[in-house]
Design a binder for this molecule. Structure first.
Ligand code: DP6
Length: 360
């Protein structure tokens, strides 16, 4: 399916008003999306674990307008209070998706969101937020067109979410989601994410992710600026092809439950992401001293104990500590004894692999 398949034909039903709520999770990339082309097309394919606890709940109330307006009509509320600062982002999103959701100017929307994680935790809410909003709009479209299949619903929700924020397209389903054209993955697409279609060993089910909040401040580099840095980047092409290779390597890692292979790819991806930022112009260091302390502690713990704990990073200083469920007790003790001291105000979030968004 491509974009044109998501332009709907005439709707069979008329709906005056209603209310829809979706809870959609965040996700953590194992092979990173970093660099994009026009229209939110990724420069390389990526794969992520869908999370469970870190999520956004969005309620969209809609009221049919007497006559269709020239502008989009919506109010925004965040955690119970009006939130005008979200307006530009939502407006851009509506402009990008209007072609695919032709009813957008026929309704007044009230969009209410709340996050399960603390507001200023340095955790990006764009993936969970944009996927939750896309799902609410898809639920309205399904009311207008009840014959819609479940498969189309999910694909189009992912397609719309991508137009809001690239990584959001990987938050619709779980537990492993792949986004971006990859010659070794059947059904892969640049326009939406798919459920990883090959065998996955038991050891990767219920994988744990403890998120260490090293720096809860505002992001130093927005993702838009970050992706832009990959244009004219001296190492961009090599990096993009490395992502393809890593995805191919993950196929047997997932099938065989090869934890050592998994660790090598995941940690290398995280460090490569940061290496790209350090070698762009302008350049950035997004790790903090405590990020490095944590990485070194993880490495020495692994050497000492033969544990399979590893880390990954997003475009910031926080550390995602990943480990199999079977090692939950011992790794959690290690985190409490040795890593929490490096977190801002000792804060961290215990999360695990999740199975996608839920209609409430
Ligand atoms: C480092 O999805 O936030 O988390 O498409 O501009 O909204 P936009 O970017 P965004 O980028 C996320 C980048 C990343 C890696 C990843 O999630 O794959």
């Amino acid at each position: 399916m491509t974009g044109t398949d998501f332009v709907p034909l005439a709707y069979s039903k008329k709906i005056a008003n209603g209310k829809i709520t979706w809870k959609s999770p965040s996700n953590i990339a194992l092979v990173k999306y970093w660099g994009k082309k026009e229209n939110q097309i990724p420069a390389n394919p990526s794969i992520s674990f869908t999370l469970d606890t870190c999520a956004t709940t969005t309620t969209v109330s809609y009221q049919k307008l007497e006559e269709e307006g020239n502008e989009f009509s919506f109010d925004l509320r965040f955690e119970g209070k009006p939130k005008e600062s979200f307006r530009p982002k939502i407006l851009t999103f509506f402009q990008r998706v209007e072609k695919y959701l032709p009813f957008l100017k026929s309704y007044h929307f009230t969009i209410e969101t709340s996050n399960s994680f603390p507001h200023s935790s340095g955790i990006a809410s764009s993936a969970s937020g944009m996927s939750a909003l896309s799902l609410c709009l898809m639920s309205l479209e399904k009311e207008l067109h009840p014959e819609m299949s479940g498969e189309y619903f999910n694909k189009k929700a992912s397609f719309l979410a991508r137009l809001g924020s690239g990584s959001a397209c990987r938050s619709i389903e779980g537990d492993l989601m792949e986004w971006g054209l990859h010659s070794d993955t059947e059904g892969s697409s640049n326009e939406y994410a798919i459920k990883y279609p090959y065998p996955v060993h038991e050891v990767f089910k219920n994988y744990q992710d403890t998120i260490l909040l090293v720096d809860k401040g505002q992001k130093q580099v927005s993702s838009t600026v970050g992706h832009d840095l990959m244009h004219d980047h001296p190492f961009a092409e090599k990096r993009f092809s490395q992502a393809h290779t890593n995805l191919t390597k993950l196929r047997s890692v997932f099938a065989d439950g090869d934890l050592d292979g998994f660790i090598k790819i995941v940690e290398s991806e995280a460090l490569t992401l940061h290496a790209m930022m350090m070698t762009s112009l302008p350049y950035f260091i997004l790790m903090k001293p405590n990020t490095l302390e944590i990485i070194n502690k993880i490495w020495s713990f692994r050497e000492r104990t033969n544990s399979h704990v590893c880390f990954t990073l997003d475009a910031g200083a926080n550390v995602h500590v990943l480990y199999p469920e079977a090692e939950k007790e011992i790794v959690y003790q290690f985190i409490k004894n040795e890593l929490v001291a490096y977190c801002e105000n000792g804060q961290y979030i215990c999360d695990a692999i999740g199975y996608g968004a839920k209609k409430m």
